[in-house]
Write a new protein. Structure first.
Length: 155
């Protein structure tokens, strides 16, 4: 299980436990032992739902964790490159996709390429290598949002 999923499970579990305890206490106060059982179940269920939503909303890496878990398995992965090489490309793709969600990758590509040297930091990826990771970000978001007209043509 990857780091991203572990954080999510911990958030949901903690919220479920907290909701169950709070719901059980309130239920016991109102309805005695039967209220305790009903309150704990209802509080746990509510806690699980709220914990799930909070865990999804709080990922400070803004989907970077998703790409960190899989970058080395992608067909565009360049042997001997590390996450530190790929992270700027994924971050650039994520930031620019959110800044211009209506643009297709094809129309955004010239600006993405032009900015690459200023955002790459210490990444050893040249544009042609970074392009594939950035296009992957664009495809992933387009598929998540069901915007198939934005899919870049394969190279």
């Amino acid at each position: 299980m990857g780091v991203l999923k572990k954080d999510h499970v911990l958030g949901v579990g903690a919220a479920t436990l907290t909701g169950g305890v709070a719901g059980g206490a309130l239920g016991a106060l109102i309805g005695g032992p039967p209220g305790l059982a009903v309150g704990a179940a209802a509080g746990g269920a509510l806690g699980a739902v709220l914990g799930d939503r909070a865990s999804e909303a709080v990922d400070p890496r803004d989907d970077m964790g998703r790409f960190q878990q899989i970058f080395h398995t992608m067909p565009y992965y360049v042997s001997d490159m590390t996450w530190e090489d790929y992270a700027p490309a994924y971050r650039h793709g994520i930031e620019q996709y959110h800044a211009r969600p209506a643009r297709t990758f094809v129309t955004a590509e010239p600006a993405l390429e032009q900015a690459w040297d200023s955002v790459r930091g210490s990444s050893r990826l040249v544009w042609s290598e970074a392009r594939e990771a950035i296009a992957h970000v664009w495809r992933w978001y387009d598929e998540e949002l069901h915007k198939t007209e934005h899919l870049p043509p394969p190279r």
